[in-house]
Design a protein around this ligand. Structure first.
Ligand code: NAD
Length: 495
């Protein structure tokens, strides 16, 4: 089934099986999907293509495993998560390399950090397993009224390709820490690295607690969200698919958590025309992950009085970032994940180039010849003179294309920042505390960073406003709200 070419890739991975009831298995009908390496467009392996039957097997395994897992003492569950964290840490470098090969993110700037984050995720939620406390309500001396937090049952989890290890771990760990079992559908472009994480889980967990199915959204994903034995859906991906998940969940009233897209503003105040703000805004733009990030700050609102000088520094630093083979240590920026995304990003760059009066400040269309033409490589690209109302400023590009827009007053910039159906994150740069916090309070988004541009940190209740999502993950509260339901018990003590 697997061609000789596929078996050759340097990391020794060639075929991503499903994991169902603790066992590695192909699809019932033996179908596979090719996985293409973004750095050279070559087929690096294949994954099992899951159909309805495979999803059903996985959900049934999760259902069978649920009662015993739910009834295990939470601290005992937590200790198993800690063991997973330890083994994941030992294997982090190997899995980070697999990740860079399959999704094109640079090893040094991205994949190693993603693995370190995933290790922390298992430790963090393992430690919180027994914090799913209920409450007692003092109604009278003769009654006992209390609430319990109980797991939902089988969690159907769906992840995208841009950070599969981080996002997959972010679903598995809080779900199982609270006593649920999981069926995780991987993204078709990046099944391998998260599969390695799930294989480690198998060594420490009873069979059926964590199951993995690969396949395409329209078939495998649909089979999962429509399966009547799935009790909770947790989805990270595009807003378009997120709305489809809500539709599918509605008839059965299945609870849903959605982490969706963003078109995030970065607001630079006149006093922030300095290197620290440039560095933070570059980080916020997520160039080092090809801006394939839901929190990429791609609308760069710079105060008119510093517009030219800030952008000169910003574009000079962006141009210095090295685009190249994701597995090379010197590479800052890897490759776009696949042909479809590559074409889409190029389409937006082309659109920017065609805007009348628009200016290209750095970057542009990818090189058509030379070593970078072999893979899906793009360069950091910044435009100016393109109004906030243009398509390029409204759609989530999910690629390294930013547009700089000048502003004069706080009211004006906040109105522009909020003029989007997204509301995931935003960035504000100024030493003026009042201006920073006024702005942070007035922006309609779930996460505002002031004078910094990094990624999410465990413990933050991260999630989106508006069409960027519903529910919160990354925190104790997110775990409790997202993966448990409250049961109230009223006892008459007179009997
Ligand atoms: P996508 O929505 O196309 O796919 C995400 C996952 O959903 C994949 O596994 C896919 O196979 C599956 N899927 C597709 N159609 C489905 C269907 N009908 N039913 C069930 N599952 C289906 O997104 P993508 O292109 O893989 O990822 C990029 C998107 O993810 C961006 O919009 C980005 O902003 C978003 N994202 C959000 C966050 C966040 O934390 N808010 C984090 C990472 C990525």
């Amino acid at each position: 089934m697997i061609s000789a070419d596929i078996a050759k890739n340097e990391l020794g991975i060639s075929f991503a099986e499903h994991i169902i009831n603790g066992e590695l298995t192909g699809s019932a009908d033996e179908r596979i999907i090719d996985v293409v390496a973004p750095r050279d467009r070559g087929v690096m392996g294949a994954a099992a293509q899951g159909g309805i039957a495979d999803v059903e097997r996985a959900v049934n395994a999760a259902r069978r495993a649920f009662p015993a897992w739910r009834d295990m003492a939470p601290r005992a569950r937590g200790r198993l998560l800690a063991k997973i964290a330890d083994e994941l840490e030992e294997n982090a470098e190997r899995i980070a390399r697999i990740l860079s090969l399959e999704n094109g993110n640079a090893l040094r700037t991205q994949s190693r950090g993603e693995l370190a984050f995933a290790v922390d995720v298992f430790r963090y939620f393992g430690g919180l397993a027994s914090e799913t406390k209920g409450e007692q309500i003092p109604l009278s001396s003769n009654t006992l009224d209390y609430s319990r937090r109980e797991p939902y049952g089988v969690v159907g989890a769906i992840i995208p390709w841009n950070a599969p290890v981080q996002l997959g771990s972010m679903k598995i760990a809080p779900a199982i820490a609270t006593g649920n079992t999981v069926v995780l559908k991987t993204a078709e472009d990046a099944p391998f690295a998260i599969l390695e994480v799930a294989k480690i889980c198998q060594k420490h967990l009873p069979a059926g607690v964590v199951n993995v199915v690969h396949g395409k959204g329209a078939e495998t994903g649909e089979a999962l969200i429509n399966n009547p034995n799935v009790d909770k859906i947790s989805f990270t991906g595009s807003t378009a698919v997120g709305t489809r998940i809500l539709e599918a969940a509605a008839p059965r009233v299945v609870p849903v958590t959605l982490e969706l897209g963003g078109k995030n503003p970065q607001i630079v105040f006149p006093d922030a025309d300095e290197d620290w703000a440039v560095d933070a805004a570059l980080l916020g733009m997520r160039f080092s992950r090809q801006s394939q990030s839901c929190t990429a700050g791609s609308r760069l609102f710079v105060h008119r009085t510093i517009f030219d000088s800030f952008l000169e520094k910003f574009t000079a630093k962006a141009a210095e970032m090295k685009v190249g083979d994701p597995l090379e240590e010197t590479t800052d920026i890897g490759a776009i994940v696949n042909q479809k995304q590559f074409d889409r990003v190029c389409g937006f760059i082309d659109e920017g180039l065609k805007v009348e009066g628009g200016r290209l400040l750095v970057g542009g269309l990818p090189p058509a010849v030379g070593p970078l033409a072999a893979g899906f490589f793009t360069q950091p690209t910044v435009f100016s003179q393109i109004d906030n109302s243009f398509n390029i400023n409204r759609q989530e590009i999910f690629g390294p294309v930013a547009v700089a827009i000048p502003w004069d007053t706080e009211d004006e910039v906040i109105a522009m920042a909020n003029d989007t159906h997204y509301g995931l994150s935003a960035y504000v740069y100024t030493r003026n505390l009042g201006a920073a916090l006024r702005t942070a309070h007035r922006i309609d988004a779930g996460w505002i960073q002031v004078n910094q541009g990094g990624g999410q940190v465990l413990g933050q209740s991260y999630g989106g406003y508006k069409s960027s999502g519903m529910g919160r993950e990354f925190s104790l509260e997110g775990m409790i709200d997202g993966y448990t339901q409250r049961k109230h018990i009223s006892v008459n003590l007179n009997i």
